[in-house]
Design a protein around this ligand. Sequence first.
Ligand code: SF4
Length: 412
Amino acid sequence: MPRTRSRPDACPGAWRRHDAADGALARFRPVGGATTATELRLLAGAAAAGGSPIELTSRGSWQVRGLAGTTADDLADALRDDRPDALVDLQGRDVPCSIIASPRSAAVDPVAGAVATGLRGRVDVPGRLLVAIEDRTVSVVRGGSERSFGARVPLTPGVGDVSGQGADVTVVINGPAAGPPTPADPAEGLLDDGAALLLDGVDTGLRHADPAALALAAVDAFTAHRGSAWRVRELDDAARTAVLAALGAATTPGVGTLEPGPADPTRLGADGTTLEVLPRLGEVDLPTVMALLELLDRGATLRATPWRTLVLRDAPADAVERLGGLVETDPASPWRGISACVGAPRCRKSLTDVRGDLAAAVASGHVGGQVRAHWVGCGRACGTPGGRVAVVEAVETSGTYRTVVRSGKVNG
Ligand code: SF4
């Protein structure tokens, strides 16, 4: 829906904090969710000083609450010094917006990195913009069977991961190291003409051989025509047409239409050496951090996902056992698809202790495992994930809620 913004966006980042009831809130946007052991240790240490766990957001970012000013600066400095190419660079420049990527794919890492390099330090990119890079060669489920890593797999409606998050710019690649196509498969060739571009979660039909260049071109076209808009969905018809015209000159028309993936592609549990786990309410406490650090020290790598899970690649064989009881690992967990804003007492606008109410509801067996839901303490609905979701909103201080079904909204 077209929308005119009267002020620039104020999304918190590493250097721009949000003043919350419990102190400064800083957000760190790891590229594609990739987080090193040192970064995890620094984030958890700063969060512990503020009396909170670190939190996952609906954009695959980390959030630290309750920071004093000097603590926040020290944390950003330490993150910058540790890995200039990741969260904060040597000039202290944060990546201006969130970049999410298929968490199970090593092939997508360099693409996400190239997009981050192209965007870092740009002041014309709104913090609310969301860029997604999807690799559909990974874990594509078709006809009840599963293919994975390395094989060239044709695109099929209903599969994928980050393409279902309703990002402003989504690029879907068929694998930079793609092997020969499968001649017998009628769907083969859908992306032989290059990576596909989706805007606001919808296939534009535009293709380009270089996925990073395609994503950056789309951001350029958006920023050139956005006016005061923060998101692609806020463009009016004229601006949307101008964006597509600009992109059309630099791309080629594709074959077929690409369907985005599911809004909640969570796949808890182990799949070979890849393990996906779900911290309840997106909160990662110190015992969990310690267990994760031990696994990272033994060769695993860590990705935060926009569906508020953690994906460990190259996880040791005992990883599920090591994390057992700390996070959800069972695919049938009632916590799957359930999230909440921070609520009272950490947000002064909240009508109630949302997370406490939700935990009690899940424990009672009345909530969880059925409908994807996000509980919030007021109508701002912070942190609502992308895709179709039931927003359960507090309407009284007594803990009374109403449910609204929303689609494709991401605030967090
Ligand atoms: S939705 Fe309302 S109560 Fe929840 S964090 Fe946002 S402002 Fe606070």
